[in-house]
Design a binder for this molecule. Structure first.
Ligand code: CU
Length: 258
């Protein structure tokens, strides 16, 4: 307890622009100068489910704003078109670190000619304003965290993201997926009534593991279970997706190596 307390104290003494466990992604004044907006993430942005953290302040007084209605819209600016992606708006109150926590599922990585912005509408202290944050490169991770699944029969495209584990270790790990579908290029709702079934295996050693727990829907397209990694190395999560009473795909996999 004492150590934790000291760490908190240390953090508070650091200058405003350093966040020991978060990366500052973008910073801008809103269009009409109402708000200073800072965007943080846990790591470099990647194709998949990214928790994001917004911090708001008054440009002149620098006073932190801790209550606001924030609406996000991620946009990918492609050569021939613009499209959105799944996202989760922050709640109206900042956490104790003054962060408004939300999430974006980047459904494609950036490339030299095509990249992402985050459009943010803010209502706070009786004022409304908008800011467009140009995002740095969204990378494709070495091991994919997002799978796109086309249901040929209905023409529906699903986006399945591996949210957890983010720091895999030997033993039982929290397992979490999010599932969204493309309603149109600007609307990607959560899928709340799907069934996900998974089985871990070590492809190079031909074994699986016992005591896994299948993911169950918790809220807004999040499915949570437990994956048991009995040793370090290369694991593959084989996933079956069922929706609307039929198997959409039983050939989905995510590699997790640690
Ligand atoms: Cu795109």
């Amino acid at each position: 307890m004492a150590v934790l307390f000291l760490q908190c104290e240390d953090n508070k003494n650091q200058p405003d622009n350093t966040e020991p466990d978060k990366l500052r992604i973008a910073s801008s004044e809103s269009d009409n100068g109402m708000f200073q907006v800072e965007l943080f993430a846990n790591d470099s942005l990647f194709a998949g489910y990214n928790p994001i953290y917004l911090r708001l302040s008054e440009p002149d007084s620098k006073a932190e704003i801790t209550a606001a209605e924030i609406s996000l819209k991620p946009l990918m600016h492609m050569v021939k078109m613009t499209h959105a992606a799944p996202f989760e708006n922050p709640s109206n109150l900042a956490n104790e670190e003054q962060f408004f926590e939300g999430a974006v599922v980047f459904i494609m990585p950036s490339n030299p000619d095509e990249g992402w912005s985050l459009e943010v509408d803010i209502e706070a202290q009786g004022k409304t304003d908008h800011v467009s944050l140009t995002l740095p490169k969204v990378i494709e991770p070495e091991e994919a965290r997002l799978v796109r699944i086309l249901d040929a029969e209905s023409g529906t495209t699903y986006f399945l993201s591996l949210v957890q584990p983010t720091a895999p270790m030997v033993g039982k790990n929290p397992l979490e997926f999010t599932l969204h579908y493309r309603e149109n290029m600007h609307s990607f709702p959560a899928v709340e009534n799907a069934k996900l079934t998974f089985e871990p295996e070590m492809p190079s050693m031909n074994h699986g593991s016992p005591n896994n727990e299948q993911p169950e829907h918790s809220e807004t397209g999040h499915y949570k279970g437990v994956v048991n990694f009995t040793m370090t190395g290369w694991w593959r999560l084989n996933v079956m997706l069922e929706a609307n009473g039929k198997v959409i795909s039983d050939e989905i996999d995510f590699d997790v190596t640690f």
